[in-house]
Design a binder for this molecule. Structure first.
Ligand code: ADP
Ligand code: ADP
Ligand code: MG
Length: 674
């Protein structure tokens, strides 16, 4: 086998590839941008080469810089990971021309699958079933409109060059077609530099089922079964599992053989994924082929017992596939979720900051086990605006789906992240939701279960508020259950309203989202009373600091006699309460801040940029009168669009930027008069 492998990626996938390469005795070389000098993937490799600035186009997308790094380090092979250059035919070709082994398919196979339209034409010839639709070259709007009418509504317009769900538009009726076409073309041109589209029948209540395929350089192919990625948000995967619930042996074989036919049609080599959209009755159609290792590949590794990166490296080295089809078996069930630094209460806006706390229960990293965690960050790492805000993939394996699901819920409950917002509680709710638990799966599950998955911000259990309040009291050295009252540890930090030696009281305001909760805590002799909006409660607690983790407290709280056990992590004025497997982020309300500009502005309606990004649309002109909630402008940041809304009725007096401008975080975007 070749000796030295350069990993042309960062984060979780770079660490994951390094783990296998090292196990196989290869020397590993990392590349890094200035934002990543101290990153985990740099530490995971034997050598690291700086390739440029933090923006991906200045580093991880810079083919010349990566090839120069490979030359300097004496690398023999290059693994592209996923994202970045992994599906870039020019990169694959440049590696070959530089005498490097590209750990992926030949450039011509990447090119053949790069356009969804061209790939569909090819698949049609190979006899792979397709969603009814139009995927030809003719792009005149009237012509496409007639095609859509003939297919029958609803239809889906997709960017041929698309990926990541971008540009996709569902059209419900003929009258809405031309408007949707224009908007898809606009997004396609700006995201992919190519405005060509294809049209498909929009399948209602579909499932996304994909097949992992592998080919070697000797013309052999196998499929490593399926993954079900039906649980999606905005056409992006949220939960991935294998095998697909309800899959029959016959259909598995039919899909596996269709996927191999797809791979064979382009002389595919290495790991690839053929994505199908499936109707509830099981009929399935080719959607696209992803010509790389997939983010969700660990679920396949856990049910087959094979290391797919090892397979990739062996195949790239010219070795035959490590197993034949008849040797491959499915063992149990595996489920994966991705913990992201993002805020589900703010439309999943990426959350930038330092991971002050990052702790997992016992697990294997990048390796099989009932609990596997793949991550490219550690406690203290910074989630920057430059890259995907993924914190970790958490994958569990069980004898059956139910065991894997319960294990995953438990693992998430025992995972602590503080410093940034995360989707962890949302994932826990989703995994616990009845529709998911019963495998009632389709790509509309999240919108269908919206009310259960996004409970009202106001509905905070009293126990959560009590835990936060007791943690704050305990930090002030005040006594809980079984201890006699003592004065606050530091009399200078005693708050107004405390009378040492007499009865105590203290008032406290906690914010949960936009909701403010005023609490009054009172101690009379040996007892605490909590006065909240819903009345007066009896309260008591025991707190244990954790020597290993000064910012964390374990608490037992008795609220009207009922016991609740939880954890409170404090970071400045932020409190993260974990109770019964769910996390709540609370903050101490600061009246001075609220009087000025602070958090009371409400509903993402701030007229400042929530993060660095680019202005992509101005929906109003200066002088326009707007209603609260109207979209004033749209920014693009971290590959997502964010609408900036009017915080109140009023007049827009000034817009400070034009379309195309880059804006720094916190920049004032517009001025309004109310
Ligand atoms: P991308 O390149 O963005 O991954 P895909 O073609 O793979 O694009 O589609 C992404 C998702 O969009 C699918 O997983 C599915 O949820 C949805 N989708 C795609 N095609 C259809 C269709 N014809 N009908 C219904 N949903 C579809
Ligand atoms: P899939 O999620 O099925 O692999 P996509 O093609 O939509 O399909 O996306 C590839 C994955 O690569 C995404 O999940 C995304 O999170 C990840 N990704 C894309 N760009 C980057 C990046 N710059 N850094 C880390 N991960 C990335
Ligand atoms: Mg896809």
């Amino acid at each position: 086998m070749f000796q030295t492998l350069l990993i042309a990626n960062r984060g979780e996938i770079a660490c994951r590839v390094a783990a296998t390469a090292r196990r196989l005795g290869l020397r590993t070389v990392a590349v890094y941008s200035d934002a990543d000098a101290d990153a985990q993937h740099v530490r995971a490799c034997d050598q690291a080469v700086r390739i440029g600035g933090p923006e991906p186009r200045d580093s991880y997308l810079k083919i010349d810089a990566i090839l120069a790094a490979a030359r300097a380090a004496g690398a023999h092979a290059v693994h592209p990971g996923y994202g970045f250059l992994s599906e870039n035919e020019h990169f694959a070709r440049a590696c070959e021309e530089a005498g490097l082994i590209f750990v992926g398919p030949p450039a011509q196979a990447i090119a053949a699958m790069g356009s969804k339209s061209a790939a569909k034409a090819l698949m049609e010839r190979a006899g792979v079933p397709l969603v009814p639709g139009y995927h030809g070259d003719e792009q005149a709007p009237d012509f496409l409109h007639r095609q859509a009418d003939a297919i029958g509504y609803p239809v889906l317009i997709k960017a041929s060059a698309g990926g990541g769900g971008k540009g996709m538009r569902i059209v419900e009726s003929s009258g809405a077609f031309l408007g949707a076409l224009r908007s898809c073309q606009r997004e396609a041109a700006s995201s992919f530099g190519d405005d060509r589209v294809l049209i498909e029948r929009y399948i209602t209540k579909p499932r996304h089922i994909e097949i992992q395929v592998f080919g070697d350089q000797h013309g052999q192919y196998v499929y490593l079964f399926e993954r079900d990625c039906s649980v999606q948000r905005r056409h992006q995967k949220v939960i991935e599992e294998a095998p697909a619930p309800g899959m029959t042996a016959e259909r598995r074989q039919a899909m596996g053989e269709a996927a191999i036919a797809a791979a064979r049609a382009v002389n595919y080599v290495g790991a690839g994924t053929v994505e199908f959209i499936a109707e509830q009755d099981g009929r399935f159609y080719f959607m696209e082929m992803n010509t790389r290792l997939q983010v969700e590949h660990p679920v396949t590794e856990l049910i087959t017992g094979h290391d797919l990166v090892e397979w990739q490296l062996r195949v790239a080295d010219g070795q035959p596939l490590p197993a034949r089809q008849e040797d491959l078996r499915i063992d149990g069930h595996a489920i994966e979720v991705r913990i992201y630094a993002e805020n589900p209460d703010k439309d999943f806006l990426p959350s930038i900051g330092t991971l002050r706390t990052l702790r997992y229960p016992e697990h294997a990293a990048f390796a099989p086990g009932p609990v596997r965690i793949d991550s490219g960050v550690r406690q203290g790492s910074v989630i920057s605006p430059f890259y995907d805000p993924m914190i970790a993939k958490v994958i569990t394996h069980g004898a059956d789906r139910e065991q894997a699901r319960r294990r995953l819920i438990r693992t998430l409950a025992d995972t602590q992240v503080a410093g940034v917002h995360t989707n962890k509680t949302f994932l826990q709710r989703l995994l616990g939701d009845a529709a998911f638990a019963q495998a009632d799966l389709d790509t509309g599950l999240i919108p269908r279960r919206h009310d259960a998955l996004f409970p009202q911000a106001g509905a905070v259990p009293a126990a959560v508020l009590s835990l936060a309040a007791c943690a704050l009291l305990a930090r002030q050295g005040l006594p809980g259950r079984g201890r006699s009252p003592a004065p606050p540890a530091d009399p200078w930090s005693a708050r107004d309203g405390w009378r040492v030696g007499g009865d105590y009281h203290q008032t406290l305001s906690l914010m949960v989202g936009e909701q403010r909760h005023d609490l009054r805590l009172e101690r009379q002799e040996q007892n605490w009373r909590l006065q909240a909006a819903d009345g007066v409660h009896l309260l008591d607690w025991q707190a244990a600091a954790r020597p290993d983790q000064p910012e964390a407290q374990s608490l037992r709280v008795w609220l009207d006699g009922a016991e609740h056990r939880g954890q409170v992590l404090q970071d400045g004025d932020q409190l993260q309460v974990s109770l019964d497997g769910a996390d709540w982020t609370l903050s101490l309300f600061d009246p001075l801040l609220a009087a000025g500009q602070g958090r009371d502005e409400g509903h993402g309606g701030r007229l400042t940029a929530p993060m660095p990004g680019k202005i992509i649309a101005l929906n109003v002109d200066a002088g326009a009168s707007v209603k609260r909630g109207d979209v004033l402008l749209v920014m693009e940041a971290m590959k997502m669009e964010h609408s900036i809304l009017a915080p109140a009725d009023g007049t827009v007096t000034e817009l400070f930027f034009a379309v195309g401008d880059q804006v720094p975080e916190g920049a004032e975007l517009a001025a309004m008069e109310h």
